[in-house]
Ligand binder design. Structure first.
Ligand SMILES: [Zn+2]
Ligand SMILES: [Zn+2]
Length: 256
């Protein structure tokens, strides 16, 4: 597997992008930066999108990719919880804003088709084994474990602390986890269900205890305002736990 992180932050500028991940040229995860990061040609290869939740930073480019596909006669299959589909159809695909891409050009042959997922119901997509795994967040959210040819990674999506039982069950070779704020912002982080480096450390300690090892860890979804402090604290966590932890960046490629 060769993954490419298109967007690695909770913010957008000419150098930061909201989260999107390419599992392959056609299989993608979250839509924070699918069109802002991909060429016109590359977008045409995108056939499948796994969504973790309906927060705007994870769906921002869905309308744009759907619109581009609509105009090019292409089709996108979107996999998500029913609550996520309903939020997108109600708000993002509202005709008050633009067009309902799940019903145009025709309801029988729309640009975007939604498919329901269920926590822990594994399905096969484009040769990958996909398992949705619940996360703790302010809206219904799953992360995904993706496995192929004996290798696996697990993306937590946005998550607050206390989800480690699910991380243990995922038992991946690579853990892609969010850390949004620095450790001085613990109260806010818990309130809005995100992690800080010190909260990640607690989760990783519990994971190590349960598994007897730690997977390789890549940290993403850092709010750019706190980038420097989070990076500094994460390097201390890596040293303390003797763990392989790196900070993600836009365009990062990971080979599994
Ligand atoms: Zn969120
Ligand atoms: Zn987010």
């Amino acid at each position: 597997m060769e993954l490419r992180i298109l967007g690695a932050h909770q913010g957008e500028s000419d150098s930061y992008r909201f989260f999107s991940l390419m599992v392959s040229d056609s299989l993608t995860m979250d839509a924070g930066s699918l069109t802002s990061s991909l060429s016109w040609e590359a977008q045409a290869h995108v056939r499948s999108l796994l969504l973790t939740h309906a927060h705007f930073d994870h769906i921002k480019d869905l309308n744009v990719l759907g619109f581009n596909h609509f105009n090019r006669g292409l089709h996108l299959d979107v996999y998500c919880l029913p609550e996520v589909r309903d939020a997108i159809r109600t708000h993002m695909f509202s005709r008050d804003i633009w067009l309902d891409l799940s019903a145009r050009p025709t309801p029988g042959k729309p640009a975007i088709t939604f498919h329901n997922i269920e926590p822990y119901r594994t399905f096969t997509l484009e040769g990958y084994e996909i398992t949705p795994i619940p996360s703790i967040h302010t809206v219904p959210t799953v992360g995904y474990k993706v496995a192929k040819e004996g290798k696996s990674f697990y993306y937590t999506s946005d998550t607050g602390p206390g989800n480690v039982d699910h991380w243990v069950r995922a038992n991946p070779d690579l853990l892609l986890t969010e850390v949004t704020y620095d450790s001085s912002m613990d109260q806010l982080a818990v309130e809005v269900s995100h992690l800080t480096p010190s909260r990640l450390k607690t989760e990783l300690q519990a994971l190590k205890k349960a598994l007897g090892r730690l997977p390789r860890v890549v940290v993403l979804h850092i709010n750019p305002v706190y980038q420097e402090e989070v990076a500094r604290e994460i390097s201390l966590v890596a040293t303390d736990l003797d763990a392989d932890i790196t900070i993600a960046h836009e365009g990062m490629r990971i080979v599994l």
